[in-house]
Write a protein of this length. Structure first.
Length: 165
């Protein structure tokens, strides 16, 4: 592709946009850039090179929406992991209480009890109900474990049977 001689030697003028920095036109290694309206491939281009402000704003808006979606997904994953951890700790606390009752030397009386325990760094409340069964040597133990900070939110339920020692 040949550049017309009238365009090849003309320095950039005001109003024309060029990508990158332009070295001094007096240096011997100065690459000549085509003006924005030069003929490329046989067509005359009147559109300046580079991005417009609107194009940049649209790209930034798309990027902001994508980053907000990623942040939301990360937040949901963190909340899910925290909830799973609390439910697991509550299940462990209930299982530990059943193990205590089974390991004890006394047969648990039929009654309701409320215990506060610490498990995996969480304060938990265990509502324990011991009830008689048709077999007098076995008692039914129902446990509901809640978060001490949110008493209405049950994290785990466990029902077990304890025999007379």
């Amino acid at each position: 592709m040949r550049i017309p001689a009238s365009l090849a030697g003309s320095p950039p003028t005001r109003g024309r946009r060029f990508c990158g920095s332009t070295p001094s036109p007096t240096s011997s290694s100065f690459p000549r850039s085509l003006p924005s309206n030069a003929s490329i491939g046989g067509r005359e281009s009147s559109r300046p090179q580079g991005f417009t402000l609107i194009e940049i704003l649209v790209a930034v808006a798309i990027l902001a929406i994508a980053l907000a979606a990623v942040q939301r997904a990360g937040s949901l994953a963190t909340d899910g992991a925290r909830e799973t951890r609390a439910r697991l700790a509550a299940t462990w606390a209930a299982s530990n209480r059943v193990a205590e009752l089974r390991a004890g030397t006394q047969f648990p009386p039929a009654a309701s009890n409320r215990l506060t325990v610490e498990q995996a760094g969480l304060s938990l409340v265990i509502d324990e109900t011991v009830a008689d069964t048709a077999n007098p040597t076995i008692r039914r133990v129902s446990l509901a474990v809640t978060d001490a900070r949110e008493p209405g939110r049950v994290l785990a339920n466990l029902t077990a049977f304890v025999g007379r020692p």
